[in-house]
Design a binder for this molecule. Structure first.
Ligand SMILES: NC(=O)c1ccc[n+]([C@@H]2O[C@H](COP(=O)([O-])OP(=O)(O)OC[C@H]3O[C@@H](n4cnc5c(N)ncnc54)[C@H](O)[C@@H]3O)[C@@H](O)[C@H]2O)c1
Length: 275
């Protein structure tokens, strides 16, 4: 299927590893010009490796999404290097690192960094990149531009594992719907992609936090914990893999999804179902 992304400019935030890296890989494989943003100082090396693999242009900027000025600089620098972004995918994310059930296990102070990165990082991204997306969307109305955000099943079900993370994800979903309405007249579609269980550093950090709350006799290794959780919560009963998110993201960016906006695509083995 031709996704018509060749030569388009795509910026992926949180692209050094995990789901964001797989999404950057998918855009590069489609022939897009790709810009990577991550607080990881090795993001240059990740960009070089992607460029070698796919032969296209890959740019990198080390920046912390929670710092507004760094996001504005990243948007300006990538625009100077690549031209205006047509597709922006916000994948940066963190959990609190604590087990949050009941919520009183956390202090209010534990919420701040989680909201700063997940929610304010997405807010900074929307502000910094909207002018470029509007420019791209208005210049190519039949193709359009897209803003995407990796949300979570946790933001849809009041998950008790890590309340600040769940609340940040719910807020991302609400804000993406506001953005979808605001930006539709400019040819910009805004959607979320919600994973359930993907074997990444972030997923493993949830296991680490949970084990710390248990007596020694009830602790499980990561594989056992994850397999049990997946079987319990997901009808399909299997891990989701990072490349599945790459495939979904390039589809949402393509003209095949030209009537999809304000939606959350759950790729979670059926964990969350909406009527
Ligand atoms: N892995 C899962 O099971 C799962 C489930 C549901 C939702 N998600 C969501 O998917 C997205 C990607 O998660 P992942 O599992 O790939 O995580 P990950 O930890 O593997 O990767 C996250 C990336 O974001 C970057 N990052 C973190 N904070 C940053 C900051 N302040 N500024 C810039 N970059 C920053 C990290 O350096 C890393 O490269 C997140 O939004 C996460 O909430 C993941």
């Amino acid at each position: 299927m031709d996704l018509s992304l060749s030569g388009k400019n795509a910026v992926i935030l949180g692209a050094a590893r995990g789901i964001g890296h797989a999404i950057a890989d998918a855009f590069a494989a489609e022939g897009a010009r790709v810009g990577l943003v991550d607080r990881d100082p090795h993001i240059d090396t990740v960009a070089d490796e992607l460029a070698r693999r796919h032969g296209g242009a890959v740019f990198a900027e080390a920046a912390d999404v929670s710092i507004e000025a760094e996001m504005n600089d990243a948007a300006r620098d990538l625009r100077n290097a690549m031209g205006p972004a047509a597709h922006v995918v916000f994948c940066a994310g963190i959990g609190s690192g604590k087990f949050g059930f009941p919520f009183t296990r956390l202090e209010p102070a534990d919420w701040r960094r989680v909201l700063d990165v997940n929610l304010m990082g997405f807010v900074h991204t929307a502000h910094a990149f909207a002018p470029q997306l509007i420019e791209s969307g208005e210049a190519a109305p039949t193709h359009g531009a897209t803003l995407q955000v990796l949300v979570s099943v946790a933001g849809q079900i009041g998950s008790q594992t890590d309340p600040p993370y769940s609340a940040a994800k719910a807020a991302q979903i609400n804000f993406l719907q506001c953005l979808a309405k605001d930006l539709a007249p400019h040819g910009v579609r805004v959607n979320g992609i919600a994973p359930g269980m993907v074997r990444t550093a972030l997923n493993e950090s949830v296991w680490v936090a949970g084990q710390g709350s248990l007596p020694e006799s009830e602790r499980e290794d990561y594989a056992t914990w994850a397999e049990r959780k997946i079987r319990t919560v997901s009808p399909l009963g299997r891990w989701q893999e990072p490349p599945e998110f790459g495939a979904a993201s390039v589809f949402l960016a393509s003209p095949h999804a030209r009537n999809v906006t304000g939606q959350v695509l759950n790729i979670d083995g059926g964990q969350v179902m909406h009527a």
